[in-house]
Design a protein around this ligand. Structure first.
Ligand SMILES: *Cc1c(COP(=O)(O)O)cnc(C)c1O
Length: 370
């Protein structure tokens, strides 16, 4: 919060424009569209609600299935369940920690079929309208390959790009590859509005519908006329004011994230069995959340947290949570579980000092010296 946040928020309060409309909402949407390289952006109350609206707009209903990675933050799966649809979980690539596209390809080839230009799951007979990749930790899925698979099997792509603001694939920003993409401004993301989200798209009609659905589907500017079941998923102007101030600082935040990962890689690569997330040449990631892989995961977590250096294990794989235990999980040796048991995220706030980074690296190294 080192920029114009206080100034812009104060202006909202002094003018009274604090709620669901206001010039900062428009400005934040405009800046976000520009940054993501899409013509349209619609602000939402969170990344989760952004995902939910995208699925509704893609026509996903309770009879459908949606393909998603087994390693992701819970919000991806929650948004699918809100529509009543069931997820098809795809195991993780143990090198880049993204959805394993070999497995995805194999699944689509062997277990789905085309009917009237739509993809169906052979065994259950359920339609699969949407493929939802997640750009895990700001690294980017191989989008050429994923988009080709989606096209071949008539799947709409909705990108959960919530972690990848500032990440590029072949020079193109995430969120703009599929029909719609999403961002999150929760407190732990690369920029924050306290809480908030964004939908980005190339499609003017979809952007208009997204705005409509997030504002209770109000269809008359004066009368309380509503033409379908809508949602109160708007971002308030006072939060958008913070968003504008944060966007102004985003290039600096990304630079600092890159310095942080550069430091950790220099200090820790080759220490014990520590390895980092593999990033392909086509990808320029934002390095939102530096994460290491090691068989000494538990020991490193303990040393760091005992020394008040906040460190967390990776997400519990979705198939291990009670809500998804009966859903389909396409796996290869359950590498999600392997990644979960060996990865941990290490301190990486943009305002961490170089001395603090040195301290963290020293503590991690100490685990491998004893
Ligand atoms: C943060 C996040 C979300 C949702 O964001 P909220 O703004 O917290 O609702 C969705 N998916 C992934 C992968 C995330 O990391």
């Amino acid at each position: 919060m080192g920029g114009n946040e206080l100034k812009y928020v104060t202006e909202c309060i002094e003018t009274g424009w604090v709620s669901s409309v206001g010039s900062y909402v428009d400005k934040f949407e405009q800046m976000s569209a520009e940054f993501a390289g899409t013509p349209y952006a619609v602000a939402t109350s969170s990344g989760t609600t952004a995902l939910h609206i995208c699925l509704v707009l893609a026509g996903v209903t309770h009879d459908d299935m949606v393909i998603a990675p087994n390693i992701t933050f819970i919000a991806t799966l929650n948004s699918i369940k809100y529509t009543g649809a069931s997820p098809i979980l795809i195991d993780t690539d143990e090198k880049n920690w993204q959805m394993d596209l070999n497995l995805l390809e194999h699944f689509l080839k062997e277990e789905t079929e085309q009917q009237n230009g739509a993809c169906y799951h052979k065994k259950s007979g359920r339609r699969i309208p949407v493929l939802m990749p997640v750009h895990v930790l700001g690294n980017v899925v191989d989008m050429d390959r994923l988009m080709a698979l989606a096209q071949q099997h008539n799947l709409v792509v909705i990108e959960d790009s919530t972690e990848s603001l500032g990440s590029y694939y072949k020079g193109k920003h995430t969120g703009g590859f599929g029909l719609m993409g999403t961002f999150s401004y929760n407190g732990n993301k690369i920029i924050t509005t306290g809480g908030g989200g964004m939908i980005v798209t190339h499609d003017a009609a979809l952007a208009k519908k997204a705005k409509h659905l997030t504002t209770q589907a109000k269809s008359d500017p004066f009368e309380y006329m509503h033409d379908e079941i809508g949602y109160n998923y708007r971002l308030v102007n006072v939060a958008a004011a913070m968003g504008v101030a944060q966007m102004e600082q985003l290039p600096g935040f990304i630079n600092r994230k890159k310095e942080i990962i550069g430091f950790y890689k220099k200090e820790l690569e080759g220490v014990g069995d520590i390895s980092f997330q593999e990033v392909s040449e086509e990808v320029n990631p934002n390095w939102w959340l530096p994460t290491i892989m090691t068989t000494k995961q538990k020991e490193v977590l303990k040393v760091l947290n005992d020394n008040k250096m906040q460190s967390r294990p990776f997400w519990v794989p979705m198939n291990q949570l009670p809500m998804f235990k009966d859903d389909i999980y396409i796996q290869n040796n359950d590498r999600s579980d392997f990644v979960y048991r060996h990865c941990l995220s290490i301190p990486c706030s943009t305002n961490i000092t170089d001395a603090e980074l040195q301290g963290v690296a020293g503590k991690i190294k100490s685990v491998f010296q004893s």
